[in-house]
Design a protein around this ligand. Structure first.
Ligand SMILES: Cc1cc2nc3c(=O)[nH]c(=O)nc-3n(C[C@H](O)[C@H](O)[C@H](O)COP(=O)(O)OP(=O)(O)OC[C@H]3O[C@@H](n4cnc5c(N)ncnc54)[C@H](O)[C@@H]3O)c2cc1C
Length: 331
């Protein structure tokens, strides 16, 4: 049995039956050639909570390496899936390659970054991905996904939809234009005056450290729920009843509502259920008080979802992957 408590940042003491570590492309292809079920590809475990023992195989992609190519107008970075995301961002800034600074301190691996299209402080990784290399599970066939083929959306991609569980990401190629523009139109960064990328990088780290619990100190998996996006008609009705509702108009005219506000309005901030706490500073984060059980997590998340639904008629969707004995659990 493989103990998973140190393998996912929420830190529940669940077990998996077996583990395979793939350290070369040959090993990846050989593993992918066999028809597979009951496996879970695990990066840093920062978007996955093992709420039950998992009677399958954990697959760790330990591919390493960064290839840097200079082009006339851009830098191209081809990065192996097993590299650490934050270390990549720090390294790129040190090299004077700008662009990824707003995405500093997001835990996890490079291979997982395109899966949910990680984003923070007004940027999404989709803005910089040129290509994702993968291997098809079942055939071992190499695959390449262009940015368009990845079908990136808000915390979404083809890898969570048509290609879910059907391919293993081996490398991600980033295209970072040399002509760089700071993105500081975001609370926390908007006080910076003509900053360079290294200043934004340092500021993002400081703000995140103040706002979010460190999983090394208190187990958590970041934002538990996605921010719901509704159409203008739904929003207008809501705003009529809840005048102060915060909101962000999206490029397509839809409205994003902070899930943290909805959860806070329902009085959950700081509340505990079993060993799980709805974080007192950031109610979008559920955290492990040290004694949390998988059942506590699922029950509390369902209670929050149902209460928000009853009050606002908005259905919260979990951003975190909840892994149970039969695979992913839907709330
Ligand atoms: C404190 C904290 C803060 C966070 N802040 C943010 C934030 O600001 N923005 C944000 O977007 N996210 C955030 N997250 C969530 C998380 O860090 C990201 O989703 C990250 O990309 C997960 O990486 P991971 O390697 O830990 O993924 P895991 O949890 O190990 O895996 C996530 C999913 O990707 C799949 N996967 C992983 N690697 C591969 C691969 N090589 N091939 C195919 N599938 C794969 C897994 O099967 C799983 O479905 C935060 C999490 C924490 C704990």
């Amino acid at each position: 049995m493989i103990q998973l408590s140190t393998r996912h940042t929420f830190g529940l003491s669940s077990c998996a039956q077996a583990e395979v570590v793939l350290s070369s492309l040959e090993q990846v292809v050989a593993w992918c050639k066999q028809p597979r079920d009951h496996f879970y590809i695990l990066g840093g475990g920062s978007n996955s909570i093992f709420v039950e023992d998992y009677p399958g195989c954990i697959v760790q992609v330990a591919l390493r390496g960064i290839e840097l190519t200079e082009r006339e107008d851009s830098w191209q970075l081809r990065v192996a899936a097993g590299e650490n995301w934050h270390q990549l961002v720090a390294w790129s800034i040190e090299q004077g390659i700008n662009g990824l600074e707003n995405l500093a301190l997001i835990p996890g691996t490079v291979g997982a970054a395109p899966i949910q299209n990680i984003g923070a402080y007004g940027r999404e990784v989709a803005d910089f991905i040129a290509m994702v290399d993968a291997v098809e599970i079942g055939s071992g066939k190499p695959l390449q996904f262009s940015n368009q083929a990845c079908q990136f959306g808000y915390r979404d991609s083809v890898f969570k939809q048509q290609w879910a569980n059907r391919c293993l990401v081996t490398a991600v190629t980033f295209e970072l234009p040399k002509q760089w523009q700071a993105q500081i139109n975001y609370a926390g960064l908007d006080t910076l005056d003509k900053p360079d990328a290294a200043t934004i990088f340092a500021k993002v780290i400081r703000v995140r450290q103040q706002k979010l619990p460190d999983p090394a100190v208190q187990g958590n998996a970041g934002s538990f729920f996605k921010n719901p996006v509704v159409d203008a008609q739904v929003f207008n009705t809501l705003q009529h009843d809840f005048v102060s509702i915060p909101h962000y108009v999206q490029a397509d005219g839809q409205i994003k509502i902070p899930a943290a506000w909805l959860i806070d309005q329902c009085g959950f901030k700081g509340q505990t259920r079993g060993g799980v706490i709805c974080h007192p500073n950031q109610p979008l984060v559920l955290a492990n008080n040290g004694s949390a059980k998988g059942d506590d997590v699922v029950a509390f998340a369902r209670e929050i979802r149902d209460t928000v639904w009853n009050r606002f008629a908005i259905l919260l969707e979990n951003e975190v992957r909840l892994v149970g004995r039969h695979g992913l659990i839907t709330l």
